[in-house]
Ligand binder design. Structure first.
Ligand code: HEC
Ligand code: HEC
Length: 366
């Protein structure tokens, strides 16, 4: 894992952020105050939304440095669900990124090897391929770099590349699958290729056709009136300053607490976020603004997982990021809008995994 470089530094933004967010609100308000009823209010809102967001295409996204093939996706799916990638034989990627549960585990912070509680809430794998970089602090530049992390993390799967190779090489059906997925390679069973295959599968885990996507594509009645009012607030209040684009977030880093730092019960002082990656004082408590797609499915919220109610998460964002105390009605409307970001969940047939052999390393629990 390594820090992402070449990305526009967020640090420079920190001081300007409040002003920037405010300016965005003003611009948005100006645009919204178009005279008279032509274009109609609804068309104006749709136009403003289209400038800030993009519908999620139903096609497979392009993955950098990894040609995605059917064979790679199939292999990656098996690996995603195979608990033998963990030392205990208990944890698969799906344990903490359950595809029946919106790609998360629904825990405050994840529980892994030896019942250990990890330090952060598990973000969803759904649409993760669209994020600028992976993890709450962006420390893995893409999904192939990311996938090697949890396999080796002591509090997650606690395995090693050597052990994973021993497991896969002990199972002839896996050797054949790797040969199919990486046809031109002499030794296709490698730890790098495990990561490549998992990345290819994860690229299929997008959730198109949310009501909001349909709205962006021109279907005005895809959102309820309350959701439209929520969308308008989401833009006017400045939420869209950080959560925008095709993934409604996921593309840049911001301090958690731009205006008011949340209390230790929501923002535990020990986790300084991106500071650990860049070692820049300005990056203390800076985190990637997460995608808000499917957010209604992925409680609890924030990297600390301390907030279980989406309405409360919206209220916290209002005060911490915008210095705004949102009214109950505003919170209800914005939350209603966020539920319109739930897209079509990927239908995944549970893969049949080939049996272990006497040569397969046995599970270890310590
Ligand atoms: C024990 C639970 C656990 C297991 C097992 C696990 N993860 Fe995770 N995953 C997490 C947590 C917690 C994070 C956030 C860590 C952080 O940001 O520091 C995370 C982050 C991620 C992310 C980043 C998403 C984003 O939006 O930044 C991806 C992708 C991911 N995991 C995929 C996988 C894959 C693939 C596997 C299997 C090889 C896996 N995970 C196994 C808990 C787990
Ligand atoms: C200045 C940038 C910024 C603004 C403005 C902003 N957010 Fe956020 N948002 C973030 C960051 C950064 C996080 C991650 C915080 C953390 O957990 O460390 C986040 C997290 C969230 C989460 C939790 C998602 C999850 O999966 O845990 C929700 C919900 C959310 N924001 C909604 C909103 C809403 C609604 C608004 C407007 C009222 C808003 N945000 C304004 C940057 C911003």
């Amino acid at each position: 894992m390594h820090a992402r470089t070449g990305h526009r530094p967020t640090t420079a933004l920190k001081g300007l952020l409040v002003a920037t967010v405010a300016a965005l609100g003003i611009l948005a308000a100006t645009a919204g105050a178009a005279p008279a009823a032509d274009p109609p209010a609804d068309g104006a809102l749709m136009g403003r939304a289209r400038e800030l967001f993009k519908p999620l295409p139903a096609t497979l996204p392009v993955v950098r440095n990894n040609a995605v093939t059917r064979e790679k996706i199939d292999l990656g799916k098996m690996l995603f669900f195979d608990p033998r990638l963990s030392a205990s034989g208990i944890f698969s990627c799906n344990s903490c990124h359950n595809l029946g549960l919106g790609g998360v585990d629904g825990l405050e912070t994840s529980v892994g090897h030896g019942w250990q509680k990890g330090p952060r809430n598990a973000p969803t794998v759904l649409n993760a391929v669209l994020n600028v970089a992976q993890f709450w602090d962006g420390r893995a530049e893409d999904l192939k770099a990311q996938a090697k992390g949890p396999i080796q993390a002591g509090v997650e799967m606690n395995s090693t590349p050597d052990r994973v190779m021993a497991v896969l090489n002990s199972i002839p059906a896996y050797q054949a699958k790797f040969a199919d997925a990486f046809p031109n390679e002499k030794n296709p069973v490698t730890f790098d290729n495990v990561a490549m295959a998992i990345e290819a599968f994860e690229a299929t885990l997008t959730t198109p056709a949310a009501p909001f996507d349909q709205y962006l594509e021109g279907k005005a009645d895809a959102l309820t009136d309350t959701q439209k009012a929520g969308l308008e607030l989401f833009i006017d209040k400045g939420c869209a300053g950080c959560h925008n684009g095709v993934n409604v977030g996921g593309h840049d880093y911001f301090p958690f607490g731009v205006v008011t730092k949340p209390g230790a019960e929501i923002l535990p002082p020990g986790d300084k976020g991106r500071f650990a990656v860049t070692k820049t004082a300005d990056d203390e408590y800076v985190f990637r603004a997460p995608t808000l797609r499917n957010v209604a499915l992925t409680a609890p919220y924030f990297h600390s997982g301390k907030v279980w109610d989406l309405r409360q998460a919206v209220a916290v964002m209002g005060s911490s990021q915008l210095g705004a105390t949102l009214s109950d009605q505003e919170i209800d409307r914005i939350t209603a809008f966020l539920t319109a970001l739930t897209g079509q969940q990927p239908r995944v047939d549970y893969p049949l995994l080939p049996a272990s052999t006497p040569a397969t390393p046995q599970p270890v629990f310590k």
